[in-house]
Design a protein around this ligand. Structure first.
Ligand SMILES: [Zn+2]
Length: 310
């Protein structure tokens, strides 16, 4: 079979002047298998995961916990705006991964409790196995494989969700988060030790497991120029109906009841309405799901929102 690029066109050796092995030589063997010529290695057969092969200039062979992979680098076309003038606000949270201002709540898949128990079992067995034993290696390899599965699921979810957002909405507004600062350790220094260090470490793990950063980055890549970052102060404490800001409005993790106008709503949805309104802070029509009521306006203190441990 003659050498050909992934799209079937003849191999070109132009383009890649500064790079040595930019010539991607791929042969399709049959419907399911193909082979690629790896420099200093020769032909390597791989299982095809797509029917239409993309045209790639580079590829990478990696070994991960679940085996060897070959990935061809292509830059996908950005997704066109639907042109319907729709705006969406997204509030990223721990209990609900992404609350959308159209009332939907999206959750990033996590490992099932059965899978988590499986991880703990292999961690325990690995810890008890003798040092440098084959058993120890095998147990920890099983742990790594399960964790890789979780990461794959998260990535898949982020890809699907970002494509949906880019396809369905003209303007996508995220609340501005500084994940690096949010997940900074509470450990402190030897002179000034922090408090709730373990709790903060646990929260950090949960925050990082949500894939917030990846969702934002991939949406930006698929919808260039259509993603806006809205400064986040008070988005979780501000009433999306009347604009009143009060920490007492947030009753608990899930509940938001405005202390001024009585507007009641899921706390994450309320925040997503604020994000959708953006900096202009325009009122948006209240969806039917969130019923309002009337309670007397009470005096309240307003403070900078803290990272709440719940
Ligand atoms: Zn209100």
């Amino acid at each position: 079979m003659p050498a050909a690029n992934l799209d079937g066109s003849p191999v070109l050796n132009g383009e890649g002047k500064q790079v040595m092995h930019r010539r991607v030589v791929v042969q399709k063997l049959n419907r399911k298998w193909a082979q690629v010529k790896v420099p200093d290695c020769g032909w390597v057969r791989f299982r095809l995961t797509r029917r239409d092969l993309p045209s790639a200039k580079t590829f990478r062979v990696t070994y991960r916990n679940n085996g060897w992979h070959v990935a061809f680098a292509t830059v996908p076309e950005p997704i066109d705006a639907p042109g319907n003038g729709e705006k969406i606000g997204i509030d990223r949270g721990v209990a609900i991964t992404a609350a959308l201002s159209d009332g939907r709540t999206l959750n990033c898949p996590q490992l099932s409790s059965k899978e988590q128990a499986e991880i703990r079992k292999h961690q325990r067995r690995g810890a008890r196995a003798p040092k440098n034993s084959a058993q120890k290696t095998a147990e920890y390899a099983k742990v790594a494989k399960l964790k890789a599965r979780e990461a794959n699921r998260r990535k898949d979810w982020c890809e699907k969700t970002s494509t949906m957002l880019a396809r369905d909405f003209d303007v996508i507004r995220f609340e501005k988060l500084n994940i690096k600062n949010m997940t900074a350790s509470a450990k402190g220094t030897a002179e000034q030790p922090g408090c709730n260090v373990r709790a903060k470490a646990g929260l950090n793990r949960v925050i990082l497991a949500q894939g917030w950063g990846l969702l934002h980055r991939r949406t930006g890549e698929k919808a260039p120029g259509r993603v806006e970052d809205v400064p986040s102060p008070y988005t979780s404490l501000r009433c999306s109906d009347c604009g009143w800001i009060d920490k007492n409005s947030r009753k608990n993790q899930a509940e938001f009841v405005c202390s001024a106008c009585g507007f009641a709503c899921n706390a994450d949805l309320n925040a997503s309405f604020n994000v959708a309104a953006g900096q202009d802070g325009k009122k948006r029509p209240r969806p039917m799901a969130c019923a309002g009521g009337t309670t007397p306006r009470t005096r309240s203190s307003v403070r900078e929102p803290q990272l709440l441990l719940w």
